[in-house]
Design a protein around this ligand. Structure first.
Ligand code: FES
Length: 327
């Protein structure tokens, strides 16, 4: 069945909030929905596919995917980021694997070679082949942008730039005193979860479960002040960190200083990216459907000053704290 033939009329997303319902269960359990979501959502939104650190020098590249679509990101000779489908126009083999640094990309099958702008340089033994214009052969480009320490792509060539989608997020994080661009990756953990990807997102978007499901996190936050602001492409959960009562010496991970205090910021950017901004670290969660009932959640923790000694100890506590919430 084609995705277009799915009946979507059993849900009204414009319902008034007080009368709103969750989406029908079928949208979570019917495997056909994932094909529809890929086409309508994941192939049309900005998706984080890797780290800027991996493509800083001319010739740096890495391969990646957006769901089932293979891609390659490169830094070209002009110093610009480029992204292409990792599909050779000859017979569809890949032109790059893993990451590294190369002057050109060479297909693993018959050795056609492409420059860092995707243009065909060499096609061995193709002299004399007719009805073929070498000049017109190139890797299919994809929109790519750097944002913070990440590389994002969008498979929709007509998509609005990231600045139009991520709006004021970068400026807000900066004005809260965090230097997103200087954050360095400290750890990545992948969690494979037996659920539809939307179940994970639904859970992230409500703080209602905090008191019971996450008592450790609940202790840190001023739950009564918890607030959600919604914007066109993202929502922001504002969660002030609770002040310590006199004599309260519990194992609070974060403590309000009372001066120049910052609060935790949680952004969800439609459809599957979450940014969690704390006092001294930022984590990104990327929610990737690998089937209609299986979801890969990628957690990466970034610190501005990773440090050693006591700083290293503090970092490990933060990662363990996040891991506990995730588990
Ligand atoms: S498939 Fe790439 S050179 Fe043939």
């Amino acid at each position: 069945m084609k995705p277009e033939s799915l009946d979507l009329t059993d849900y009204n997303p414009s319902e008034d909030l007080a009368a709103a319902e969750t989406m029908p269960a079928r949208w979570y359990t019917d495997s056909q929905f994932l094909a529809l979501e890929a086409e309508k959502i994941f192939y049309r939104t900005w998706q984080p596919v890797g780290r800027l650190d991996d493509v800083m020098r001319v010739g740096d590249f890495f391969s990646c995917e957006v769901l089932d679509q293979p891609l390659v990101i490169v830094r070209n000779h002009d110093g610009a980021l480029r992204a292409f489908y990792n599909v050779c126009p000859h017979r569809a083999a890949i032109v790059a694997e893993g990451r590294g640094n190369r002057k050109s990309l060479q297909c693993k099958y018959h050795g056609w070679t492409y420059d860092l702008d995707g243009k065909l340089l060499r096609a061995p033994e193709f002299e004399g082949v007719k009805n073929w214009d070498k000049e017109s052969v190139c890797l299919q480009p994809v929109l790519v942008e750097a944002w913070g320490p990440w590389v994002f792509v969008n498979l929709d060539a007509t998509a609005a730039p990231m600045s139009a989608v991520y709006g004021a997020i970068h400026a807000e994080i900066t004005s809260a005193g965090f230097n997103l661009d200087q954050m360095r990756l400290v750890e990545r953990r992948d969690y494979l979860i037996d659920c539809n990807w939307k179940v994970y997102v639904d859970n992230y978007l409500e703080g209602y479960h905090l008191p019971i499901a996450h008592p450790g996190l609940f202790r840190e936050l001023d739950y009564d002040q918890y607030r959600v602001d919604t914007f066109q492409h993202y929502s922001k959960q504002y969660a002030p960190i609770r002040e310590v009562a006199p004599g309260d010496a519990r194992d609070r991970r974060y403590v309000r200083s009372g001066e120049g205090e910052e609060d935790a910021l949680y952004y969800w950017i439609f459809p599957n990216v979450m940014l969690n901004v704390y006092l001294d670290n930022t984590s990104i969660n990327i929610i990737i459907p690998v089937g209609h009932d299986k979801t890969l959640t990628v957690f990466e923790w970034y610190f501005e000053s990773p440090g050693t000694g006591a700083g290293w100890e503090s970092m490990q506590q933060i990662i363990a704290f996040s891991d506990e919430i995730q588990q």
